[in-house]
Design a binder for this molecule. Sequence first.
Ligand SMILES: Cc1ncc(COP(=O)(O)O)c(C=O)c1O
Length: 369
Amino acid sequence: MGSYNYLGFAAADEYCTPRVVSSLQKCGWTTCSSRLDGGTSEVHEELESLVARYLKKPAALSWGMGFATNTTVLPSLLGKGCLVVSNQLNHRSIVSGVKLSGAKVKVFDHNDMKNLENILRDAIVQGQPRTGMPWKKIMIVIEGIYSMEGDMPLLQKIVELKKKYNCYLYLDEAHSIGALGKTGRGLCEHLGVNFEDVDILMGTFTKSFGSCGGYIASSMEVIEYLRYSSPGFLYATSLSMPAAQQIISSMKVIAGEDGTTRGQTKITQLKDNANFLRNKLKEAGCAVLGSHDSPVIPIMIFHPAKIPAISRECYKYGIAIVTVGFPATPLLLARARLCISAAHSREDLEYACNVLIDATQKCSMRYKS
Ligand SMILES: Cc1ncc(COP(=O)(O)O)c(C=O)c1O
């Protein structure tokens, strides 16, 4: 229960695996080349047009690593004279990308819309430090599901603010793509927000698609600009072709383009599984964080000494969970984080639930009972 295999595509799949194997036989493991040299194949082109179509954007581009997508795209889009308004709990790859960009950063409190609006208003009224010149660009950067909280941003409100203050919006959907929305298209679909209202959709293929790499889907202009300016695209070996084929195949299953309803079933199963376990743990009195429908379920541990205790107690019965403490969380906000998969059967979840309920009892973690 510790990995991000949301839709179960990390295991062999009747549609994906034969296609990946045949891609491996035809193309080999790697291009041994960066995208602008010899590293662009038909598979990469097919992947990028599929991602663009799936996310209702004019164009998309792929990177060999999700982390490097953020760290090498944000510095291409931002620089001196730009302001980034970043959620307090954004992933390390965003923090690193923003730092590398040289832009000024203001952090807003997690999902606090009042605080976000105050920062935007002050930034526009005051302009750049010392000179008071207007900011060249203001970009709000958020995630689709926060991986340590399991919750979602208030996207409708953020879009409203972005329009009111004329800013750009960058949404990292590492955990929400595939997992949220009726057809897995992520947070916009889940909340009924127009895809056009998010300027830059970023995501990774490492969670719901059972592969590796990252993407940006945006306007034609942004994508063409990134093609010639993102160092992670220009100077890094391109995505392995079998890995790209795995993404294409799993995305087609999710979108129902394989001619079956397996993708739909997986998405429904993931939600049912997540809500089942979340409700059971809440009923047992655990302090559970996160939104309904979110496959990320953090259980608060609080006390640092209980971190190894709960982990070992679960592991003893074959349940692997991720525990997180300082410095990844504040000292007294340690937590265990469960990630639910569509591949978990109801029996798996009932067994895990019993182990977790016993373990949280032994570790005195039923703070809400
Ligand atoms: C929000 C977010 N962005 C980016 C990444 C990096 O993606 P990858 O692990 O695919 O390199 C992660 C990884 O978990 C993440 O949670």
